[in-house]
Write a protein that binds this ligand. Structure first.
Ligand SMILES: [Zn+2]
Length: 340
């Protein structure tokens, strides 16, 4: 366990314990040579907006369709091009990790060619996604270990969408995310019958994004004190849901997000209270005893932070009907997937 206080970290880092030093250093590196994110007013140089829109539409969140469409990553501008104007920026692993998935068939995804890396940072299993790639490194295979800063691909503009990506908008779409369920493929078959899933568990629906810009900036500001766990635990709450389920994969995958509750520890756990941010990241779970459960329903919406819903409606997880907040079909699907 890494000490959490500043003094503790100070001694931990000075104690010559290299593992500790590495663990409390920066967690993620920028995935290309474009570092304008850290320059004052560098947004224009770092991000690429959607066609006809300003650079802000290339950032994370509800930045499209008047705030109603969620963009779960960053669109990072290309720096170098070949004679034909095609991007040539090397794409770099953002942290030490292993290759989780490679899609080399651009026609099978709106991400085009893409790579997903698996990392363990601050005790959290976290994934980075690199999309619209040109060339994926030939020797890259699932399971292969990669080091932070290692070249894994060359930037491109692949995508299976009709409009495609124009040369002037060439960019890397980069995500940092958490995996909702390692039984996704089965859930998808059961819940979206007849629909194709070419990517098994590595379907974009199974990864929930964290805002990489906030992570990079907080890391830079806090240095060794940055903690990914704290970053996730301190998300802004959109809503709170109670489920009558005490064993689901998210609990075992992300145990550091579970809070303690002596009542449930004493009486036995009958369900969980889950806090979601606007993207749908279940960032906090509280075990609940039978005596504490608020409803007999298997899924029950406990509360909604209306100000957050108004500020960030793009996740579309909750909606008001006749003055009462309800989970939307999207919200219900998310809970069904988490608890599958
Ligand atoms: Zn994008």
């Amino acid at each position: 366990m890494i000490p959490r206080t500043t003094a503790g970290l100070f001694w931990g880092c000075l104690g010559g314990m290299w593992l500790t030093v590495a663990a409390c250093g920066q967690s993620f590196q920028l995935p290309t040579a474009n570092h304008a994110l850290f320059e004052p007013g560098g947004g224009e140089k770092f991000f690429v907006g959607t066609t006809g829109r300003t650079w802000e539409s290339g950032t994370f969140g509800g930045v499209r369709s008047g705030g109603y469409q969620l963009h779960e990553g960053l669109d990072i501008r290309c720096l170098t091009r070949d004679k034909r104007g095609e991007p040539t920026d090397p794409i770099l692993a953002s942290a030490d990790g292993t290759v989780a998935y490679i899609n080399r068939k651009p026609s099978l995804s709106n991400y085009g060619n893409y790579i997903i890396l698996r990392h363990r940072i601050d005790g959290i299993e976290v994934y980075t996604t690199y999309a619209h790639l040109g060339k994926v490194r030939d020797d890259l295979r699932e399971g292969l270990t990669v080091n932070a800063g290692e070249t894994i691909a060359i930037m491109g503009r692949t995508a299976n969408t009709g409009e495609g990506i124009s040369k002037d908008r060439a960019h890397l779409h980069f995500e940092i995310g958490l995996l909702l369920n390692d039984r996704f493929a089965g859930w998808y078959r059961a819940n979206q019958p007849g629909q194709r899933n070419d990517h098994g568990n590595w379907n974009g629906q199974n990864l929930r994004g964290l805002d990489p810009r906030l992570i990079f900036l907080e890391q830079q500001q806090e240095g060794a004190r940055f903690s990914l766990t704290t970053f996730i635990r301190t998300q802004t709450e959109l809503c709170r849901v109670q489920v009558r389920d005490s064993h689901f994969p998210w609990l075992t995958r992300y145990p550091t997000l579970i809070l303690r509750n002596p009542v449930a520890e004493r009486e036995g756990i009958a369900g969980y209270e889950i806090a979601f941010n606007y993207v749908g990241v279940p960032y906090q779970m509280i075990p609940r005893a039978q005596s504490e459960l608020k409803s007999k329903a298997s899924v029950h919406l406990l509360s909604v932070n209306a100000a957050e819903e108004q500020k960030n409606p793009c996740g579309k997880l909750v909606a008001q009907r006749r003055g009462t907040w309800e989970l939307t079909a999207t919200g219900q699907r998310l809970i069904s997937l988490i608890t599958y």
